[in-house]
Design a protein around this ligand. Structure first.
Ligand code: TYM
Length: 355
């Protein structure tokens, strides 16, 4: 059965990249398929333990951002990862499925660990295994994310595929597999774990820094001018758009003209995503115009789209007990799905069940 799963780490402010690349894309999906949206607090400790009070506060803030962006907690499941123990349990099994060589190739690990790999936590190295566990504990089929998560989702498929292959006999014996939707000679006819589809689409799958069009917009950039935060007010948004780096040329009329103009390309992509347009349509409208015309239009649409979200987040955060109720209800509904999957996974592996 189709199911959506995705998540955001509660590490500091959500920014426009998280919103356009991920959260805003989840909203229409929740009407198409049962959906689960997780605040991945177990992942948030892999790059060093944040201040404990800040971690809890950020967990509530990300939850508020989901709801304020249009995720409906009555329909979709919203919860924080640490409250459903199946994630950590399945991640352990996957630690024994994934190969060191696979994880050694992960570009995000290389980026985050930097030069001093010996000093990176084991958790940071195993981060993609936990991500695979998040998805596969629900046997989710569709994972909407930004472009930077593509490699992690390929690893998730590799893990599912190796597990399905290594335990093909056992899965058939237990009669708990589902027919492989894409039969091939290399794959067993019955799979237990689905081969997940990444959903990476739209004009803003990779939003770049406003200060440097070759760098990804990120929570960890020391310059706050490099990103628009979901909690920024109208003045802050306008100021950041105004100060965004550009080149001196007017906007091109065609997509070709955006080549080798990373800053222009980025701002056009942001505008397109905010306006629900294709980049081509934005260029048809603004081609030939200077940034002194385009930037105020961009600031206006950014404020129009984002200010109501910031306002709704503030309103929700004034009542933390209500946020916690949403998370508690979500954790219970998530557990009800993950528990039977883990029961199956333990049987497949052969853990002796004595209780
Ligand atoms: P995180 O918190 O780093 O990012 C959350 C989501 O935001 C997207 N994103 C961007 N999209 C476009 N432009 C950007 N500049 C940009 N920066 C971030 C990310 O691609 C992501 O979709 N590992 C995940 C969290 C996670 C997860 C999962 C996701 C944990 N388990 C299971 C899906 C399924 C992450 O990158 O979080």
């Amino acid at each position: 059965e189709p199911r959506v799963f995705s998540g955001v780490q509660p590490t500091g402010n959500l920014h426009l990249g998280n919103y356009l690349g991920a959260v805003s894309r989840w909203v229409p999906l929740q009407d198409e398929m049962p959906s689960i949206f997780c605040v991945v607090d177990l992942h948030a400790i892999t790059a060093g333990f944040p201040d404990p009070k800040e971690l809890s506060a950020a967990t509530r803030e990300v939850t508020a951002a989901y709801i304020a962006s249009g995720i409906d907690p009555a329909k979709s499941i919203i919860f924080n990862q640490s409250q459903v123990k199946e994630h950590a349990e399945l991640a352990w099994i996957f630690n024994c499925v994934a190969r060191m060589g696979w994880l050694n190739r992960m570009t995000q690990f290389k980026d985050k660990a930097g030069k001093n790999r010996e000093n990176a936590s084991v958790g940071l190295f195993a981060y993609p295994n936990l991500m695979a566990a998040d998805i596969l504990a629900y046997r989710a089929t569709h994972v909407p994310v930004g472009d930077d998560q593509k490699q992690h989702l390929e690893l998730t498929r590799d893990i599912a595929q190796k597990f399905n292959n290594d335990f093909a006999e056992r899965i058939r014996e237990l009669g708990i597999g589902v027919p492989n939707p894409t039969p091939s000679p290399e794959l067993p006819d019955e799979l237990y774990l689905p081969l997940t589809e990444p959903v990476i689409a739209g004009p803003a799958t990779r939003v770049m820094s406003l200060r440097d069009g070759t760098k990804k917009m990120s929570k960890s950039d020391p310059s706050d001018l490099s990103r628009i935060n979901l909690t920024d007010d109208a003045d802050a948004i306008s100021k950041k758009v105004k100060k965004a780096k550009t080149d001196p040329e007017p906007l091109p009329g065609e997509m070709d003209g955006l080549k080798d103009r990373p800053e222009a390309d980025n701002l056009v992509g942001i505008y397109a995503a905010l306006a629900g347009m294709a980049k081509e349509a934005v260029l048809a409208e603004y081609g030939g115009q200077p940034f002194s015309v385009f930037k105020p239009a961009l600031a206006e649409i950014a404020v129009m789209r984002l200010a109501p979200i910031a306002g709704e987040m503030r309103r929700l955060m004034a009542d933390p007990a209500e946020i916690d109720r949403v998370l508690k209800d979500g954790a219970e509904r998530a557990s009800a799905i993950a528990q039977p999957v883990l029961r199956d996974m333990r049987r497949i592996v052969g853990f002796l069940d004595v209780r």
